[in-house]
Design a protein around this ligand. Structure first.
Ligand SMILES: Nc1ncnc2c1ncn2[C@@H]1O[C@H](COP(=O)(O)OP(=O)(O)OP(=O)(O)O)[C@@H](O)[C@H]1O
Length: 659
């Protein structure tokens, strides 16, 4: 009876144990309770009057995610440090930690937006989120933390402009190595810091770092080159429609500021950097924005759900609907922060789009269960704020936030690469592929084609890709995943592939790799980008990225042959090695199975011993999938059987009382 059990334990002990249950998958913390106040002696814990006031778990080897309603119950906590571990996923609501003064979360793999609940921790003096995968804007609400003395946000993926920080006591500040753009506000607080606090943000400019902004266009010329020369990608937002229109030869020409993808980091974004924002906003915003509001009111296009439809498929998207940001419709005032202005700038551009009307010679075709009720229109999609996630082999992928706050992923196929596929063939293919539904596939919600422009719309997956999970932001120091996670992910992927193969012998994934495996709500692995390679010109050059190319089966690597299901099996073998070792595909050797096992063990830093049996079985499966001759590779059905046998043998070992 969990309630009875919990009521016997002091609540702080319950909080610590429940935190450990998801954040310490490798069982590094030996927390056990025999005496009532034992937990005050646990590693990293310091109590005052029986309540936890400090929890310092820096570099103790935590791996897992930080669940909600765990540590947030430690309402007497003054110091929380989880630095230098392998925690991933978003940071949960910390608002109950009203006494928190120092929060150290740096050097993990946390992702998602800047945790909004932190903004309510009014006593906070030290905040360190550096070296994670946080993305999105640095909220202007950060000024509410007026006691901050130290703020470290370096080496994340924050984008947008820097808010006008005005904390009087701030003496340590670093936002280096993000994707921030625009002018650094010259406030007394920010003026205290020199360029080293802002470096490696190619889009930042202004007096403080002695870099001019005004003459640089974010869309043309030198800034592009500057950006592409860095490993990091930059990010801003722009209406998706602009790029589509540019391709169609429309009036608005905006070449996306895009870097060639490197290190698989989420990419550059179209559109708006605050350099442009400050120019246009200052000059035009007041006048034009009032027109925007008028226009919006006139035609009602900003209604959250224009069709008034609350269909089941709309509900299925609920998890991806963000809380509406009220700033979106408020006119600019002098007191608005830079980020609000920037957001409005995005809207402004969207409205220009609306006024110039994109050529509307086609409409979105919804797939599967969404077919009967279109949840949004092409126009709404074109007005969305878009962020570039990356450039892939068949096109460019965007995250798009619609007016109604629905977030989708839009893949814009490269017209030159898919030109070989006729409109009819594309439609027929998408009718089949768009109907695929499986727990381990990212569903295709809709597609579009007109005048060579082709879009495919998927659900957005905020937990990122398997590539990010394995390699994090620190590829050089990445640790391989825990054994059980490897097995679970391998099984999920195998199930997804098997589902595709058994649907039709003509269907294959064709592009399996760790960037094309996304993590779902429960961290289940979901395949994306499936069945698209068939639409492209198979004679086009093979990918120049050595990792992508290592995933390709040898028989198709340097030929124009189409991938077969056996090519997927080969890629699956490569994936298992990447999972087990944390090493990128291009760094996997080819050796006999027993030598491969030695290599896997060495990469995992594991001694010969307990895990050998399971590692051995898994390595053998991977080797079988990766044999050169396609005929000798197993089918995905056989692979699933192998994985199930491994699971059974693991369970048998775990139930053995003598082990
Ligand atoms: N539905 C989605 N939700 C969240 N992120 C996504 C989604 N689809 C793709 N991504 C991410 O966007 C990035 C770009 O994807 P894209 O498919 O364009 O490139 P790729 O996977 O690296 O290459 P390829 O086109 O060869 O598959 C990848 O990092 C991918 O993980």
């Amino acid at each position: 009876e969990p309630n009875y059990y919990n009521s016997l334990l002091p609540s702080d002990a319950v909080a610590l144990l429940s935190f450990k249950s998801t954040a310490d998958l490798d069982n590094k913390l030996l927390y056990s309770l025999t005496e009532r106040y034992d937990y005050c002696q646990w590693r990293g814990v310091k109590c005052a009057q029986g309540r936890v006031v400090r929890l310092v778990l820096s570099g103790v080897g935590l791996r897992g995610y930080f669940s909600s309603s765990t540590l947030s119950r430690l309402d007497q906590l003054r110091v929380l440090s989880l630095e230098n571990n392998s925690l991933f996923g978003p940071v949960p609501d910390l608002s109950p930690l009203v006494n928190l003064k120092s929060l150290f979360l740096s050097r993990n793999q946390f992702s998602g937006a800047f945790p909004p609940s932190i903004l309510s921790l009014h006593r906070l003096m030290i905040l360190s989120l550096s070296r994670n995968n946080f993305s999105g804007l640095i909220p202007s609400g950060i000024n509410a933390l007026d006691r901050l003395t130290s703020l470290n946000l370096e080496f994340n993926r924050f984008n947008g402009t820097l808010p006008s920080m005005n904390q009087s006591f701030l003496t340590s500040f670093n936002v280096s190595g993000n994707n921030l753009t625009g002018v650094i506000p010259v406030t007394p607080t920010l003026s205290r810091f020199d360029a080293s606090s802002f470096r490696s943000n190619p889009g930042l400019c202004g007096e403080i770092i002695n870099r001019a902004c005004a003459s640089r266009s974010p869309f043309f010329g030198s800034s592009t080159n500057k950006t592409t020369s860095t490993n990091k990608t930059t990010s801003s937002e722009a209406p998706l429609g602009q790029s589509a229109q540019a391709q169609n030869g429309g009036a608005v020409v905006m070449s996306p500021v895009v870097t060639k993808k490197k290190g698989k980091e989420s990419g550059l974004v179209l559109g708006f950097t605050a350099g442009l924002a400050s120019l246009i906003v200052l000059g035009l915003c007041l006048v034009v924005f009032s027109l925007v509001i008028k226009k919006r009111n006139d035609d009602g296009v900003y209604e959250p759900n224009p069709k008034g439809d609350t269909s089941s498929s709309q509900q299925q998207h609920q998890s991806q609907i963000q809380t509406p940001r009220t700033t979106r419709t408020v006119p600019v005032t002098n007191s608005d922060s830079a980020s609000q202005k920037r957001e409005k700038e995005v809207q402004l551009q969207a409205t220009e789009q609306l006024q110039s009307r994109i050529p509307n010679s086609g409409s979105l075709v919804f797939c599967g269960e969404s077919r009967s009720q279109g949840m949004y229109t092409l126009e709404q999609l074109m007005r969305a704020s878009a962020e570039l996630l990356g450039r892939g082999s068949v096109g460019i992928t965007y995250k798009a936030v619609l007016d109604n706050q629905l977030i989708v992923t839009v893949k814009r196929l490269d017209a030159t690469k898919t030109a070989v596929t006729s409109e009819e063939a594309f439609e027929n293919h998408m009718e089949i592929v768009g109907g695929l539904r499986h727990l381990n596939l990212v569903p295709i919600r809709a597609y579009f084609q007109s005048n060579g422009e082709r879009l495919i719309i998927y659900d957005y997956h905020p937990n990122g890709s398997l590539f990010n999970l394995i390699h994090g932001s620190r590829s050089s120091r990445a640790k391989p995943l825990h054994w059980t996670s490897c097995l679970k992910i391998a099984e999920d992927v195998a199930q997804g592939l098997y589902y595709i193969h058994q649907t039709s012998s003509a269907l294959v994934h064709g592009n399996l790799k760790s960037t094309n495996i996304l993590l779902g709500q429960d961290f289940e692995a979901c395949l994306t980008d499936y069945c698209l390679s068939v639409l492209t010109d198979s004679s086009s050059a093979s990918p120049d990225d050595p990792d992508s190319s290592s995933y390709k089966a040898p028989e198709i690597r340097k030929s124009s042959r189409r991938p077969t299901s056996k090519c997927d099996v080969y890629s699956f073998g490569v994936l298992i090695f990447e999972l087990l070792t944390g090493k990128n595909a291009s760094r996997h050797p080819f050796m006999a199975p027993h030598d491969m096992l030695d290599w896997v063990r060495a990469m995992r830093d594991e001694e010969e011993g307990t895990e050998d049996n399971r590692l051995g079985m898994m390595t053998e499966t991977a080797c079988l999938c990766r044999v050169t001759s396609p005929e000798q590779r197993p089918t995905m059905r056989q692979v699933i059987k192998m994985i199930q046998e491994i699971k059974e043998s693991v369970m048998a070992e775990e139930n053995d009382p003598f082990r």
